[in-house]
Design a binder for this molecule. Structure first.
Ligand SMILES: [Zn+2]
Length: 291
């Protein structure tokens, strides 16, 4: 405590002496203050600044930084280039987004004197395949040829109806080696009143099911088919009861999962051709729509 008080007293005395001398030599004080200000400005100009180049945050010894520096040296015209990478669920969405972004940026030529979208042009749409290496081109063409039986119907009707217009496309897809399917169609169609069955599709809103006591599909083991009749499900849809949507979606998902399970069993049993022939024949019989 005593030493603290002594230190405070010494500081106070020092300040008093400094103020006293300053009052007696004002010119010296002003000159010293000006000198400090000039030195501060000089030091600020020499050593302080803001670097907005994010590249300088990384060591120039890093391999990718060295490549970047070399690239800038060889192509100085690209040194101020900003590259935006657009990711999207589909190539079409990525392309549309990139084109929209380019239009927005090009609208401000003061900030963006030049805007380009590499790979997006009518030229690449027409000639893009020819720019692939021969090996890559062979691979792409082979895959397109293999997928043609599936792509053909989809090209004619690129909607969920095109994909699931016939479940035969699924079976055909398995034959072509496709082993994974993912689509919202089972639940979307379930919500709109369409049921998959072994004998074709059924529109549950149809008046012909008004007093039909049969399940949606007599061979289906889902809980909907085990417990509810077509007539009851139709009643739910006609009455706008949300339970109808859920029961039908449940059936459709179960139906597709069962279909894939049967296809796997047929492949494992070595008789996929016979199984798929019988399955498709029954599916195309259309007896589901017959009362
Ligand atoms: Zn069912």
């Amino acid at each position: 405590m005593r030493s603290g008080a002594g230190l405070a007293q010494a500081v106070r005395n020092g300040l008093v002496r400094m103020v006293d001398r300053s009052g007696r030599h004002p010119l010296v004080v002003v000159v010293l203050a000006l000198l400090v200000a000039v030195l501060s400005v000089a030091a600020t100009r020499a050593w302080l600044g803001i670097d907005t180049d994010t590249d300088h945050m990384f060591s120039s010894q890093l391999p990718w930084r060295q490549r970047s520096i070399q690239f800038d040296r060889v192509f100085p015209q690209f040194s101020d280039t900003l590259v935006a990478v657009v990711r999207a669920p589909t190539a079409e969405q990525a392309r549309a987004t990139a084109a929209q972004l380019a239009r927005k940026l090009a609208a401000d030529p003061r900030l963006f004197p030049s805007v380009a979208t590499p790979g997006i042009s009518p030229f690449f749409d027409r000639e893009g395949l020819l720019l692939l290496s021969r090996h890559d081109l062979d691979s792409v063409l082979n895959r397109m040829l293999q997928a043609q039986p599936l792509l053909g119907p989809l090209a004619l009707d690129p909607s969920a109806r095109g994909l699931f217009g016939g479940l035969d496309l699924l079976v055909e897809g398995v034959r072509r080696g496709i082993d994974l399917f993912d689509c919202v169609a089972p639940t979307r169609m379930g919500r709109t009143g369409t049921a998959f069955t072994h004998a074709g599709r059924v529109n549950v809103r149809n008046a012909r099911w008004r007093i039909d006591p049969r399940p949606l599909d007599s061979d289906c083991t889902c809980s909907t088919c085990q417990r509810f009749s077509r007539a009851y499900i139709r009643h739910l849809f006609v009455s706008d009861e949300v339970l109808g949507l859920r029961l039908l979606s449940l059936h459709n998902v179960h139906f597709l999962v069962s279909l894939m399970r049967a296809a796997r069993d047929a492949i494992a049993g070595g008789d996929f051709d016979g199984w798929s022939r019988d399955w498709l024949s029954r599916y195309h019989s259309g007896s589901a729509t017959t009362p």
